[in-house]
Design a protein around this ligand. Sequence first.
Ligand SMILES: [Zn+2]
Length: 88
Amino acid sequence: MAGGWSSDGAVQDQIDATIDDAVQRARSELPRGESLVRCEECDATIPEARRLAIPGVRLCVACQSEHDKKEVSRSGYNRRGSKDSQLR
Ligand SMILES: [Zn+2]
């Protein structure tokens, strides 16, 4: 079987390249720039600890959790149509 699997090294190179690519893409998608001192939505002061913990943070804790809830309900509960029709 000697010589038949000479591409092993190339495959490993490809995997390494893919990981490098993913790492670089992830890095470029990290939030950048200034954390906001005041919440973008409600104008509350964002604690310094939060600003340091989340670079580029834009929302206060309360608004962020509201935001997260909306994300969940948007992706998780799409069956309101059938419920409304039962009320008729
Ligand atoms: Zn807020």
